[in-house]
Design a binder for this molecule. Structure first.
Ligand SMILES: Cc1cc2nc3c(=O)[nH]c(=O)nc-3n(C[C@H](O)[C@H](O)[C@H](O)COP(=O)(O)OP(=O)(O)OC[C@H]3O[C@@H](n4cnc5c(N)ncnc54)[C@H](O)[C@@H]3O)c2cc1C
Length: 527
């Protein structure tokens, strides 16, 4: 029988938050570059989204000194936290493209990978639905395209076959494509699990550190560079991977990286209550356009129903890139209702938006020795980076071997999975197999919507990648994610976090310094 509790392997890497005094325990606080040691890193990855975390996980299998850095306050907190959460089969990619190759490889990787990362994956399959004559005419070409992408199980369905599978399909449905290879996954835990294993294997992780510049090796061509944080820390590194997503252009400007243009392509979503989940049985996809895959309706791995995203191009650095708007929500309802009858009557519990890293040079732009020796730029992971994170990591490492002379010697002590005894996460609850330890407080609910106990919150706080913000706890436990969206549980949750970590209530934040839960001077009243 599995004994639940925190996963506490020997953690060989260091974890730091670049936070003000009091915002986290002193042992976790980054105050000087010396805490990371004097030896330069073999590889520093800037950007701890799913791409950077996947790369850190793969690099951690080798005997290398690796640093993973992000300006945000948890891993996977940029674009990687706000997507459709699908593992794509690549049926609609451009045949022969790098994206097609990465998705084809990743589709085969994911079942085993999810088992190793201990994250849930549901191979529920998809149906692309044509709801106009014009869309119906496109189905044959879409089927051919899928087969050219080696998704040979994709086939055309009649309207009757769709209605048999999806009783709530729109009355306008003319036919569609069955796409068996599409799956649901937990998008948050993908980045977290990659990073936890990397940390256990010795990768150092620095959060809350904005890389404001790169000092290139001198004389030009020298192999030692320095990353410089916005608050002036200088970190010596031999190789840099720019995996900064929407921040990759600004970072590349710091080392003279080649030309590429990116813009945030906003995607807005509606999240429906769990009561709406039975409405659909598959991932329901619209017929895509040249611009976007369109508004889909899909269950989530958490048991909710999701509709979205929109596709709105915004200027780089636009602060509204992750805002939701009335117009955007209207378009999601309209788009979703074209596929599913009755969707507009379902209860919505949250809205959110993510910003795709759309690159005019195409998806997956990878440049080696970009601007200077030892620097890799990887950008333009627009719509499929969650899926491709694992195959992309392999591809990047191959490139670094060939183009940067990175020498790889396997680390025989490295883990490539989280153990069964890992803190289970929301999908394997402590009370489900009778292994509950009464002393661990697993029976006393804090979040009544998702039924999360105080013990599970403490387990998450003690897990290897010690989450210290409310949003980071939410992504690991589902606290604050239910119907009340934190209305009932935010205060008891804050008390548990403060009591367990010693961080004052006034210092606790939603997602890092500047997002404190209480206004200065009000902490005593709230607590
Ligand atoms: C609406 C939408 C739907 C999508 N649906 C899917 C889907 O269903 N399936 C799928 O596979 N993919 C999907 N995607 C795509 C997927 O989410 C992305 O490809 C993926 O998350 C990109 O990961 P990343 O690591 O490149 O970027 P990010 O997650 O944005 O990570 C980049 C990180 O770099 C950090 N950073 C930036 N600049 C700096 C700096 N100067 N210093 C330090 N850190 C810095 C940022 O803080 C950020 O955390 C979707 C995307 C969107 C927006």
């Amino acid at each position: 029988m599995t004994q639940f509790g925190t996963w506490q392997p020997k953690i060989r890497g260091k974890l730091f938050y670049n936070w003000p005094q009091g915002a986290c325990e002193e042992a976790l606080r980054f105050t000087s570059a010396g805490q990371l040691g004097v030896e330069p890193y073999d590889v520093a990855i800037v950007g701890a989204g799913v791409v950077g975390c996947g790369l850190a996980y793969r690099l951690s299998q080798y005997d290398l000194r690796v640093l993973l850095i992000d300006r945000l306050h948890d891993v996977g907190e940029g674009t990687s936290k706000a997507n459709s959460a699908l593992i794509h089969s690549g049926y609609d990619a451009k045949p022969g493209s790098l994206e097609s190759k990465l998705l084809h490889e990743a589709e085969a990787d994911w079942p085993g990978l999810a088992a190793r990362l201990k994250i849930p994956l549901d191979p529920i399959g998809g149906i692309m639905m044509a709801v106009t004559d014009e869309q119906e005419r496109q189905l044959e070409a879409a089927e051919k395209n899928a087969h050219a992408n080696r998704a040979t199980d994709v086939r055309i369905l009649s309207a009757t076959e769709i209605r048999e599978r999806e009783p709530n399909a729109s009355p306008d449905v003319r036919g569609g494509l069955l796409v068996p290879g599409e799956s649901l996954v937990d998008p948050f835990m993908a980045s977290i699990a990659y990073a936890e294993i990397a940390l256990a294997n010795g990768v150092d992780i620095l959060l809350g550190a904005d890389i404001a510049g790169v000092e290139l090796g001198q004389p030009p061509g020298a192999p030692l560079h320095h990353l410089v944080t916005a608050d002036g820390h200088r970190l010596p590194v031999r190789r840099i991977v720019n995996a900064a997503g929407l921040g990759s252009r600004r970072l590349a400007d710091g080392y003279g990286g080649g030309a590429f243009d990116i813009n945030p392509r906003r995607g807005q979503f509606l999240l429906f209550d769990k009561s709406a989940r039975p409405l659909v049985q598959h991932i329901l996809l619209p017929v895509p356009t040249a611009h976007t895959k369109g508004v889909l309706v899909a269950p989530t791995i958490f048991g909710n129903l999701l509709a979205g995203p929109t596709a709105e191009d915004l200027p780089l650095e636009d602060p509204a890139a992750t805002h939701t708007t009335v117009e955007g929500i209207r378009r999601v309802v309209e788009g979703g209702s074209r596929l599913v009858d009755g969707l507009a009557r379902q209860p919505v519990i949250a809205t959110y938006a993510g910003a795709r890293c759309a690159c005019s040079q195409g998806s997956y732009v990878i440049r080696h020795n970009d601007g200077a020796p030892g620097i890799v730029t990887v950008t333009g992971a627009r719509s499929t980076g969650l899926t491709a994170s694992i195959s992309l990591a392999r591809h990047l490492i191959d490139g670094m071997q060939k183009e940067l002379g990175l020498e790889l010697s396997p680390d025989s002590a490295a883990l490539d999975c989280r153990p069964d005894s890992a803190w289970p996460g929301w999908w394997r609850r402590p009370f489900e197999n009778g292994a509950t330890d009464a002393r661990a407080d697993h029976g006393c609910a804090v979040c009544f919507c998702e039924v999360i106990s105080g013990g599970e919150i403490r387990d998450a706080l003690d897990s290897p990648l010690k989450p210290r913000t409310m949003d980071a706890l939410k992504r690991r436990t589902r606290v604050l994610s239910g119907r009340c969206q934190g209305f009932d549980c935010q205060v008891p949750l804050a008390e548990i976090v403060s009591g367990h970590t010693g961080i004052g209530i006034a210092q606790l934040t939603k997602n890092g310094p500047g997002s404190e839960l209480v206004v200065p001077g009000q902490a005593e009243v709230t607590a």
